[in-house]
Design a protein around this ligand. Structure first.
Ligand SMILES: [Fe+2]
Length: 357
Protein backbone atom coordinates (compact mmCIF):
# COMPACT_ATOMS: atom_id res chain seq x y z
CA UNK A 1 0.00 0.00 0.00
CA UNK A 2 1.43 3.35 -1.00
CA UNK A 3 2.31 5.56 1.96
CA UNK A 4 1.62 8.78 0.07
CA UNK A 5 -1.79 9.13 -1.48
CA UNK A 6 -1.92 12.55 0.06
CA UNK A 7 0.02 14.56 -2.49
CA UNK A 8 -3.03 16.69 -3.07
CA UNK A 9 -3.98 20.32 -3.26
CA UNK A 10 -2.85 22.77 -0.59
CA UNK A 11 -5.21 25.43 0.68
CA UNK A 12 -7.58 26.49 3.41
CA UNK A 13 -10.24 24.11 2.10
CA UNK A 14 -7.98 21.15 1.29
CA UNK A 15 -9.61 17.80 2.10
CA UNK A 16 -8.36 15.89 5.12
CA UNK A 17 -6.01 12.97 4.53
CA UNK A 18 -8.77 10.72 5.80
CA UNK A 19 -11.30 12.17 3.31
CA UNK A 20 -8.83 11.55 0.47
CA UNK A 21 -8.28 7.97 1.59
CA UNK A 22 -11.99 7.31 2.00
CA UNK A 23 -12.47 7.84 -1.76
CA UNK A 24 -10.20 4.84 -2.37
CA UNK A 25 -12.56 2.49 -0.51
CA UNK A 26 -14.99 0.45 -2.61
CA UNK A 27 -18.09 1.12 -0.51
CA UNK A 28 -20.48 4.09 -0.21
CA UNK A 29 -20.41 6.68 2.57
CA UNK A 30 -23.54 7.76 4.46
CA UNK A 31 -23.59 11.32 5.81
CA UNK A 32 -26.19 13.37 7.68
CA UNK A 33 -27.29 13.29 11.32
CA UNK A 34 -28.66 9.77 11.70
CA UNK A 35 -29.27 6.37 10.15
CA UNK A 36 -32.77 4.98 10.59
CA UNK A 37 -31.96 1.28 10.74
CA UNK A 38 -28.57 -0.42 10.89
CA UNK A 39 -30.31 -3.77 10.43
CA UNK A 40 -31.44 -2.94 6.90
CA UNK A 41 -29.09 -0.20 5.64
CA UNK A 42 -27.90 -1.25 2.13
CA UNK A 43 -24.33 -2.55 1.84
CA UNK A 44 -21.94 -2.95 -1.09
CA UNK A 45 -19.06 -5.39 -1.66
CA UNK A 46 -16.02 -4.28 0.33
CA UNK A 47 -12.76 -5.40 -1.29
CA UNK A 48 -10.44 -4.58 1.61
CA UNK A 49 -12.55 -6.37 4.22
CA UNK A 50 -13.84 -9.22 2.09
CA UNK A 51 -17.52 -8.81 3.00
CA UNK A 52 -20.08 -6.10 2.38
CA UNK A 53 -20.17 -2.72 4.06
CA UNK A 54 -20.92 0.95 4.23
CA UNK A 55 -19.02 3.79 5.91
CA UNK A 56 -20.82 6.40 8.04
CA UNK A 57 -19.52 9.93 8.41
CA UNK A 58 -22.25 11.41 10.54
CA UNK A 59 -22.21 15.19 11.01
CA UNK A 60 -21.87 15.00 14.77
CA UNK A 61 -18.49 13.31 14.70
CA UNK A 62 -16.65 16.48 13.74
CA UNK A 63 -14.23 14.18 11.86
CA UNK A 64 -12.98 12.84 15.19
CA UNK A 65 -14.35 9.33 14.69
CA UNK A 66 -16.54 7.42 12.25
CA UNK A 67 -18.48 4.19 11.92
CA UNK A 68 -19.15 1.39 9.52
CA UNK A 69 -21.53 -1.50 9.08
CA UNK A 70 -20.07 -4.76 7.83
CA UNK A 71 -21.70 -8.04 6.88
CA UNK A 72 -20.10 -11.48 6.80
CA UNK A 73 -21.67 -13.88 4.28
CA UNK A 74 -23.43 -17.04 5.53
CA UNK A 75 -20.82 -19.55 6.68
CA UNK A 76 -18.06 -17.20 5.52
CA UNK A 77 -15.33 -15.04 6.97
CA UNK A 78 -13.76 -11.62 6.42
CA UNK A 79 -10.10 -11.12 5.53
CA UNK A 80 -7.67 -10.91 8.47
CA UNK A 81 -7.08 -7.26 9.36
CA UNK A 82 -4.62 -5.35 11.50
CA UNK A 83 -4.68 -1.57 11.80
CA UNK A 84 -3.56 1.21 14.07
CA UNK A 85 -6.92 2.54 15.17
CA UNK A 86 -9.40 1.51 17.81
CA UNK A 87 -12.76 0.00 16.96
CA UNK A 88 -15.69 -0.93 19.17
CA UNK A 89 -17.95 -3.50 17.55
CA UNK A 90 -21.64 -3.96 18.32
CA UNK A 91 -23.24 -7.05 16.77
CA UNK A 92 -26.50 -6.18 15.02
CA UNK A 93 -27.51 -9.66 13.90
CA UNK A 94 -26.23 -13.18 13.55
CA UNK A 95 -23.70 -15.32 15.41
CA UNK A 96 -20.02 -15.76 14.87
CA UNK A 97 -16.50 -15.75 16.20
CA UNK A 98 -13.55 -13.42 16.08
CA UNK A 99 -10.00 -14.71 16.23
CA UNK A 100 -7.49 -12.30 17.80
CA UNK A 101 -3.70 -12.53 17.78
CA UNK A 102 -0.52 -10.54 17.92
CA UNK A 103 1.98 -11.16 15.11
CA UNK A 104 3.60 -14.53 15.83
CA UNK A 105 1.53 -15.05 19.00
CA UNK A 106 -1.13 -17.52 20.05
CA UNK A 107 -4.72 -17.05 18.88
CA UNK A 108 -7.80 -16.49 21.00
CA UNK A 109 -11.40 -16.81 19.91
CA UNK A 110 -14.36 -14.67 21.00
CA UNK A 111 -17.82 -16.15 20.42
CA UNK A 112 -20.44 -13.50 19.84
CA UNK A 113 -24.10 -13.11 18.98
CA UNK A 114 -26.69 -10.38 18.46
CA UNK A 115 -26.14 -7.67 21.08
CA UNK A 116 -22.49 -8.50 21.83
CA UNK A 117 -19.94 -5.71 22.29
CA UNK A 118 -16.26 -6.37 21.61
CA UNK A 119 -13.14 -4.45 20.75
CA UNK A 120 -10.13 -6.24 19.26
CA UNK A 121 -7.20 -4.57 21.07
CA UNK A 122 -5.30 -1.86 19.18
CA UNK A 123 -3.20 -3.15 16.26
CA UNK A 124 -3.89 -6.84 16.93
CA UNK A 125 -4.75 -9.10 14.02
CA UNK A 126 -8.45 -9.97 13.92
CA UNK A 127 -10.56 -12.16 11.68
CA UNK A 128 -14.35 -12.42 11.86
CA UNK A 129 -16.29 -15.60 11.03
CA UNK A 130 -20.01 -16.17 10.54
CA UNK A 131 -20.84 -19.54 12.12
CA UNK A 132 -24.36 -19.70 10.69
CA UNK A 133 -24.58 -21.14 7.20
CA UNK A 134 -28.04 -19.87 6.36
CA UNK A 135 -27.90 -16.14 7.10
CA UNK A 136 -25.44 -13.23 7.09
CA UNK A 137 -23.98 -11.76 10.29
CA UNK A 138 -23.90 -7.99 10.55
CA UNK A 139 -22.03 -5.68 12.91
CA UNK A 140 -21.61 -1.96 13.52
CA UNK A 141 -18.24 -0.50 14.50
CA UNK A 142 -17.17 2.92 15.72
CA UNK A 143 -13.51 3.79 15.10
CA UNK A 144 -11.04 6.61 15.67
CA UNK A 145 -9.54 6.15 12.19
CA UNK A 146 -10.22 9.75 11.04
CA UNK A 147 -8.18 11.17 13.90
CA UNK A 148 -5.37 8.64 13.50
CA UNK A 149 -5.10 9.01 9.73
CA UNK A 150 -5.21 12.78 9.83
CA UNK A 151 -2.48 12.87 12.49
CA UNK A 152 -0.06 10.51 10.73
CA UNK A 153 -1.21 10.67 7.05
CA UNK A 154 0.70 7.52 6.22
CA UNK A 155 -1.12 4.36 5.14
CA UNK A 156 1.75 2.02 5.95
CA UNK A 157 1.89 3.33 9.49
CA UNK A 158 -1.85 2.74 9.94
CA UNK A 159 -2.32 -0.55 8.03
CA UNK A 160 1.08 -2.21 8.11
CA UNK A 161 2.49 -1.38 11.52
CA UNK A 162 4.27 -4.18 13.38
CA UNK A 163 4.27 -2.52 16.78
CA UNK A 164 2.64 -4.69 19.45
CA UNK A 165 0.88 -2.88 22.27
CA UNK A 166 1.64 -5.44 24.99
CA UNK A 167 0.36 -2.97 27.58
CA UNK A 168 -3.10 -3.46 26.07
CA UNK A 169 -2.95 -7.11 25.07
CA UNK A 170 -0.34 -9.82 25.40
CA UNK A 171 -2.48 -12.91 24.80
CA UNK A 172 -3.44 -13.41 28.46
CA UNK A 173 -5.55 -16.58 28.45
CA UNK A 174 -8.46 -15.06 30.35
CA UNK A 175 -8.37 -11.72 28.51
CA UNK A 176 -11.85 -11.93 26.98
CA UNK A 177 -13.42 -13.96 29.81
CA UNK A 178 -12.22 -12.53 33.09
CA UNK A 179 -14.36 -10.78 35.66
CA UNK A 180 -14.79 -7.05 35.03
CA UNK A 181 -12.77 -4.67 37.20
CA UNK A 182 -15.15 -2.33 38.97
CA UNK A 183 -14.52 1.44 39.14
CA UNK A 184 -16.49 4.45 40.37
CA UNK A 185 -18.62 2.38 42.75
CA UNK A 186 -19.81 0.13 39.93
CA UNK A 187 -20.59 2.86 37.44
CA UNK A 188 -17.65 1.88 35.21
CA UNK A 189 -16.63 -1.68 34.37
CA UNK A 190 -13.24 -2.43 32.88
CA UNK A 191 -13.81 -5.46 30.70
CA UNK A 192 -12.85 -6.79 27.27
CA UNK A 193 -16.07 -8.40 26.09
CA UNK A 194 -19.77 -7.80 26.82
CA UNK A 195 -21.73 -10.84 25.55
CA UNK A 196 -25.17 -9.19 25.63
CA UNK A 197 -25.68 -5.42 25.73
CA UNK A 198 -29.44 -5.81 25.21
CA UNK A 199 -29.88 -7.97 28.30
CA UNK A 200 -27.05 -6.58 30.46
CA UNK A 201 -28.28 -6.15 34.05
CA UNK A 202 -25.56 -4.40 36.09
CA UNK A 203 -26.82 -0.86 35.57
CA UNK A 204 -26.79 1.82 38.27
CA UNK A 205 -29.57 4.25 39.05
CA UNK A 206 -28.47 7.60 37.64
CA UNK A 207 -30.78 10.32 38.97
CA UNK A 208 -28.48 13.11 37.75
CA UNK A 209 -29.86 12.90 34.18
CA UNK A 210 -33.48 12.59 35.34
CA UNK A 211 -36.20 10.21 34.13
CA UNK A 212 -35.33 7.53 36.71
CA UNK A 213 -32.72 6.26 34.30
CA UNK A 214 -29.79 3.97 34.91
CA UNK A 215 -26.42 3.58 33.30
CA UNK A 216 -23.11 1.71 33.19
CA UNK A 217 -19.82 2.52 31.45
CA UNK A 218 -17.59 -0.04 29.77
CA UNK A 219 -13.83 0.46 29.43
CA UNK A 220 -12.87 -2.05 26.75
CA UNK A 221 -9.45 -3.45 25.77
CA UNK A 222 -7.38 -0.57 27.17
CA UNK A 223 -9.03 1.78 24.66
CA UNK A 224 -9.01 5.55 24.67
CA UNK A 225 -12.52 5.50 23.23
CA UNK A 226 -15.27 4.31 25.55
CA UNK A 227 -18.93 3.31 25.77
CA UNK A 228 -21.94 3.24 28.03
CA UNK A 229 -25.43 1.79 28.22
CA UNK A 230 -28.34 3.96 29.32
CA UNK A 231 -31.87 2.83 30.20
CA UNK A 232 -34.90 4.97 30.86
CA UNK A 233 -38.45 3.93 31.75
CA UNK A 234 -41.74 4.05 29.85
CA UNK A 235 -43.36 7.50 29.80
CA UNK A 236 -40.18 9.41 30.70
CA UNK A 237 -37.54 11.59 29.10
CA UNK A 238 -34.05 12.60 30.11
CA UNK A 239 -32.63 16.06 30.72
CA UNK A 240 -31.11 17.93 27.79
CA UNK A 241 -27.34 18.16 27.89
CA UNK A 242 -24.34 18.83 25.67
CA UNK A 243 -20.75 17.72 25.33
CA UNK A 244 -18.05 17.08 22.72
CA UNK A 245 -18.39 15.34 19.35
CA UNK A 246 -18.53 11.73 18.26
CA UNK A 247 -20.98 9.93 20.59
CA UNK A 248 -22.67 7.33 18.36
CA UNK A 249 -25.98 6.57 20.09
CA UNK A 250 -27.32 3.18 18.99
CA UNK A 251 -30.84 2.19 20.04
CA UNK A 252 -30.75 -1.40 21.24
CA UNK A 253 -34.26 -1.64 22.77
CA UNK A 254 -37.41 0.45 22.63
CA UNK A 255 -38.73 3.36 20.62
CA UNK A 256 -38.91 7.12 20.98
CA UNK A 257 -37.24 10.22 19.65
CA UNK A 258 -34.45 12.67 20.41
CA UNK A 259 -34.24 16.41 19.95
CA UNK A 260 -30.88 17.86 18.93
CA UNK A 261 -30.17 21.57 18.64
CA UNK A 262 -27.46 24.15 18.47
CA UNK A 263 -27.90 26.81 21.14
CA UNK A 264 -30.28 29.50 19.87
CA UNK A 265 -31.61 27.37 16.98
CA UNK A 266 -34.77 25.26 16.60
CA UNK A 267 -34.47 21.57 17.56
CA UNK A 268 -34.40 18.79 14.98
CA UNK A 269 -36.43 15.71 15.87
CA UNK A 270 -34.96 12.27 15.25
CA UNK A 271 -37.44 9.39 15.57
CA UNK A 272 -35.79 6.15 16.61
CA UNK A 273 -36.34 2.48 17.26
CA UNK A 274 -34.15 -0.59 17.59
CA UNK A 275 -31.31 -0.30 15.08
CA UNK A 276 -31.31 3.50 14.75
CA UNK A 277 -28.10 5.47 15.29
CA UNK A 278 -27.38 9.19 15.57
CA UNK A 279 -24.55 11.46 16.72
CA UNK A 280 -25.29 14.75 18.51
CA UNK A 281 -22.83 17.33 17.10
CA UNK A 282 -20.15 19.02 19.20
CA UNK A 283 -21.80 21.02 22.03
CA UNK A 284 -25.28 20.71 20.57
CA UNK A 285 -27.94 20.06 23.17
CA UNK A 286 -29.66 16.70 22.88
CA UNK A 287 -32.51 15.13 24.79
CA UNK A 288 -33.93 11.61 24.65
CA UNK A 289 -37.65 10.69 24.93
CA UNK A 290 -39.19 7.24 25.46
CA UNK A 291 -42.57 6.93 23.68
CA UNK A 292 -42.66 3.14 23.61
CA UNK A 293 -44.24 0.46 25.80
CA UNK A 294 -40.97 -0.86 27.20
CA UNK A 295 -37.89 0.73 28.75
CA UNK A 296 -35.67 2.31 26.12
CA UNK A 297 -32.01 1.33 26.06
CA UNK A 298 -29.21 2.79 24.02
CA UNK A 299 -25.53 2.04 23.71
CA UNK A 300 -23.24 5.04 23.16
CA UNK A 301 -19.86 4.39 21.52
CA UNK A 302 -17.88 7.55 22.08
CA UNK A 303 -14.98 9.62 23.44
CA UNK A 304 -14.74 10.60 27.09
CA UNK A 305 -13.00 7.62 28.69
CA UNK A 306 -12.85 8.12 32.47
CA UNK A 307 -9.50 6.29 32.68
CA UNK A 308 -7.72 7.78 29.64
CA UNK A 309 -9.14 11.26 29.05
CA UNK A 310 -7.60 13.13 26.11
CA UNK A 311 -8.44 16.73 26.83
CA UNK A 312 -11.28 19.19 27.08
CA UNK A 313 -12.84 18.89 23.61
CA UNK A 314 -13.54 15.18 24.12
CA UNK A 315 -14.06 15.12 27.87
CA UNK A 316 -17.33 13.96 29.44
CA UNK A 317 -16.62 15.29 32.91
CA UNK A 318 -18.93 16.06 35.83
CA UNK A 319 -19.91 19.33 34.10
CA UNK A 320 -22.22 17.37 31.79
CA UNK A 321 -24.36 16.77 34.87
CA UNK A 322 -24.24 20.39 36.10
CA UNK A 323 -26.84 23.00 35.21
CA UNK A 324 -25.98 25.45 32.44
CA UNK A 325 -26.87 28.12 35.00
CA UNK A 326 -23.83 26.96 36.98
CA UNK A 327 -21.56 26.77 33.96
CA UNK A 328 -22.33 23.12 33.22
CA UNK A 329 -23.83 21.39 30.19
CA UNK A 330 -27.27 20.26 31.40
CA UNK A 331 -30.70 21.95 31.21
CA UNK A 332 -32.73 21.13 34.32
CA UNK A 333 -36.40 20.23 33.78
CA UNK A 334 -37.60 23.45 35.40
CA UNK A 335 -35.48 25.53 32.98
CA UNK A 336 -36.49 23.85 29.75
CA UNK A 337 -38.76 25.32 27.06
CA UNK A 338 -42.36 24.28 28.00
CA UNK A 339 -42.85 23.16 24.38
CA UNK A 340 -40.54 20.24 25.10
CA UNK A 341 -42.95 18.67 27.55
CA UNK A 342 -45.98 19.58 25.40
CA UNK A 343 -44.46 17.76 22.45
CA UNK A 344 -43.65 14.75 24.61
CA UNK A 345 -47.21 14.50 25.91
CA UNK A 346 -48.59 14.82 22.37
CA UNK A 347 -46.28 12.10 21.10
CA UNK A 348 -47.22 9.80 23.99
CA UNK A 349 -50.93 10.43 23.33
CA UNK A 350 -50.47 9.16 19.76
CA UNK A 351 -49.33 5.87 21.33
CA UNK A 352 -52.14 5.83 23.89
CA UNK A 353 -49.64 6.44 26.70
CA UNK A 354 -49.41 9.07 29.42
CA UNK A 355 -46.44 10.90 30.85
CA UNK A 356 -44.86 9.70 34.09
CA UNK A 357 -42.82 12.86 34.44
FE1 LIG B 1 -25.02 12.95 25.45
Amino acid sequence: MNGDIFGKEIGYDAPTSYASWLKTESIPVIRGYFVDDLRTVPLEPWDRMGGKGVWMELEGTGDSNNAYVCEIPPGGSLKPQRFLFEESIYVISGRGTTTIWNEGGSKQIIEWGEGSLLSPPLNTWRQHFNIQGDKPARFFAVTDLPLMMNLFHNLDFIFNNKYIFTDRYSAEEDYFKREAQVHMAGRALETNFVPDVKGFKRLNYNPARGAGGSTVHFLLSGNTMTSHISDFPVGTYKKAHRHGPGAHVIIVNGKGYSLIWKEGEAPQKIDWHEGSVFVPPNQWFHQHFNTGREPARYLALRWGNVKYPIGDVFRFDSAVYRSVKEGGGQIEYEDEDPEIRNLFEAELAKEGLTSKM
